[in-house]
Design a protein around this ligand. Structure first.
Ligand SMILES: *[C@@H]1O[C@H](CO)[C@@H](O)[C@H](O)[C@H]1NC(C)=O
Ligand SMILES: *[C@@H]1O[C@H](CO)[C@@H](O)[C@H](O)[C@H]1NC(C)=O
Ligand SMILES: *[C@@H]1O[C@H](CO)[C@@H](O)[C@H](O)[C@H]1NC(C)=O
Length: 569
């Protein structure tokens, strides 16, 4: 996995802090109600091409007197200011895989150079940290934290666990320090943990120490983030400039909101392995979770099935190394858990998961060609989150807070209704019913924060419905790219849904993209860059069928990194 050079992050933070006072606050209104924003940008560190900066934005776009927030961005500039054609905004969307205080230039750095070259250096490439992410005080609003540190957090969980136990005589079944469960959870324990999470939300919002942060929660959300992006486009390119955008997975939501809120501004949009915006904010979180884990489970099951075939080449994920590779498989499952599951287990629980053992054996059937892996014990350690990631990223502000819950649940169109008994019973039924439904992912499943929106009381000041009829015909050009199923793209829409959601778009399905994020192979990158440059798309209906030239390269890079430091930040 990409690891971050520490010095680069520090340099960035110091740069931003020093520049904080130097940003001009004067602004001027435009017709659309948006406001030109003064911004500041400078090389992220001495000699670097990428510039870091920040833009001041109103906390509440409809009530600017509420006060100002601050958005941190990174920009890979066009080669020549005189021939510069505009900006392409990029959004990776893989929020839950990385720390929320990850700086945008780290992700920009991954693909910016290759994309810059393919666009003939004619565009600035910009990534930014959306509201609700980022270091509080630098990004405003920044990440919500609920606890001082990991000790504060484990103490709270221990006390709440004891309080919510059905049988006060029974011991709690997680490790007091690490919060890792020591055995496979039962349905009663899932319901107990659900009550603990409910108390965590309430306590976090009531905690006076974080009151200032809590007051800002309603200003988070994707609609406000899109207004921030439009403000950046105004400032960088002028108020009427078309906005070009490439969003991956949840990042595509920014594109959907832009199409809906500013159809006149949307330029060329790449919806890369997109998610369905209607489901995103209309369907109760726990129901989305139920279907997301089933989809992820299916892609793992497909792998297992292909591994039992006679052809070895079948036994690999489309985006993974071309041969069975246990490091890659284990890491994929670990990432799925980090994204989808709201608790963690000790490796000993994995060792007792016979379904995972069976899966392991099916891939391990020809050890001579199975790369990088030795025993089931080691495999179990990695899927449990040990050795590769470190047991638990305790100092990560995400781990001390509610992760993306404030953003995603703030976007929800349904209201918070703690007194609705039917809803409560329905949520509990899903928790119980799904507990042991996806043993290939985890022996017992429980939703991560962003799927527990029925416990989250705050909604964003601006929310957008995608099922309401559109009065304006969007004029923008859209490219929709869909991948073959694998565990890196379980939030994808189906081919049929994509054609319904983006009826005028160019849709290409069954692509292999490379790993994730902006790590695309050359063929896919050419496809995306030509579209962004001038709207050109291939005549061939299934491009990049053999576009896997970077798979070898990528898997080597992955292994080098897999043996380095486990912490991302
Ligand atoms: C997960 O996959 C397994 C196949 O091994 C299957 O038996 C199970 O029904 C799947 N679960 C869901 C929820 O689809
Ligand atoms: C309670 O929740 C259920 C399930 O989401 C919903 O169908 C119902 O309309 C809600 N009842 C009220 C009174 O809002
Ligand atoms: C469109 O842009 C791509 C990438 O810069 C370039 O290779 C291609 O020739 C361009 N096509 C047209 C028709 O201008």
């Amino acid at each position: 996995m990409p690891s971050l050079p520490k010095c680069q992050l520090l340099g960035f933070l110091v740069g931003v802090l020093l520049a904080g006072g130097a940003i001009a606050a004067d602004t001027a209104s435009d017709d659309a109600g948006q406001t030109f924003r003064a911004y500041d940008a400078r090389p992220c560190r001495e000699g670097s091409i990428i510039e870091c900066g920040e833009v001041r934005v109103p906390l509440d776009w409809h009530h600017p007197s509420t006060g100002d927030g601050s958005v941190v961005f990174a920009r890979y500039p066009a080669t020549n200011p005189d021939t510069r054609k505009g900006t392409v905004f990029l959004h990776s969307g893989v929020w839950s895989f990385f720390s929320s205080v990850r700086a945008p230039q780290i992700d920009l750095n991954r693909q910016a150079h290759a994309l810059h070259q393919r666009l003939n250096g004619e565009y600035d490439l910009v990534m930014w940290t959306p509201r609700g992410r980022g270091t509080p005080g630098i990004s405003v609003p920044g990440t919500l934290s609920c606890f001082e540190d990991s000790i504060d957090m484990s103490t709270f969980y221990w006390d709440m666990g004891i309080r919510e136990l059905d049988n006060p005589e029974a011991p709690l079944s997680w490790d007091e320090d690490t919060l890792e469960w020591t055995h496979k959870q039962t349905a009663d324990e899932a319901l107990m943990f659900h009550r603990v999470q409910e108390r965590t939300v309430i306590s976090c919002l009531e905690n006076a120490e974080y009151q200032e942060q809590a007051d800002m929660l309603k200003y988070m959300g994707t609609a406000a983030t899109v207004r921030d992006m439009v403000a950046m486009a105004d400032a960088f390119d002028g108020p009427d400039a078309p906005i070009h955008f490439w969003g991956i997975q949840p990042g595509s939501l920014i594109g959907s909101y832009l199409q809906k809120m500013f159809p006149e501004r949307a330029g060329r949009l790449v919806m890369d392995d997109p998610v369905d915006p209607i489901t995103y904010n209309e369907v109760q979180g726990y129901l989305r979770w139920q279907s997301d884990i089933a989809t992820a489970n299916t892609s793992v099951a497909i792998l297992e099935e292909s591994c039992t075939s006679d052809k070895l080449a079948d036994c690999a994920y489309p985006s993974g190394p071309p041969r069975p590779d246990m490091a890659f498989v284990a890491m994929s499952i670990n990432l799925l858990r980090r994204d989808l599951m709201g608790w963690i287990n000790q490796p000993v629980v994995e060792l007792q998961n016979s379904r995972n053992r069976q899966f392991y054996d099916s891939i391990q059937k020809e050890p001579s060609v199975t790369q990088n892996w030795k025993t089931f014990e080691e495999y179990a350690k990695v899927i449990a989150g040990h050795s590769f990631w470190g047991a638990r990223p305790v100092m990560d502000p995400d781990a001390l807070g509610l992760r993306d819950m404030p953003i995603i649940c703030g976007d929800a169109l349904y209201e918070h209704d703690p007194d609705n008994k039917t809803l409560r019973a329905d949520a509990e039924a899903v928790l119980k019913g799904s507990l042991h439904s996806v043993p290939l992912l985890m022996s017992s499943a429980f939703p991560s924060w962003r799927f527990l929106c029925h416990l989250w009381p705050i909604r964003a000041v601006e929310r957008v419905s995608f099922s309401a009829p559109q009065d304006q015909t969007p004029v923008q050009e859209t490219l929709v790219l869909l991948r073959k199923p694998d565990p890196w793209n379980y939030p994808r829409v189906s081919d049929a849904d994509a054609r319904r959601l983006w009826p005028d778009a160019h849709v290409f399905a069954d692509l292999e993209f490379g790993q994730y994020m902006f790590d695309h192979n050359n063929c896919n990158l050419d496809l995306i860059a030509s579209f962004l440059a001038n709207g050109t798309v291939p005549e061939d209906g299934s491009p990049c069928a053999n576009g896997d030239e970077r798979r070898h390269q990528a898997s080597h890079a992955l292994h080098r990194k897999a043996h380095k430091s486990p912490r991302v930040l």
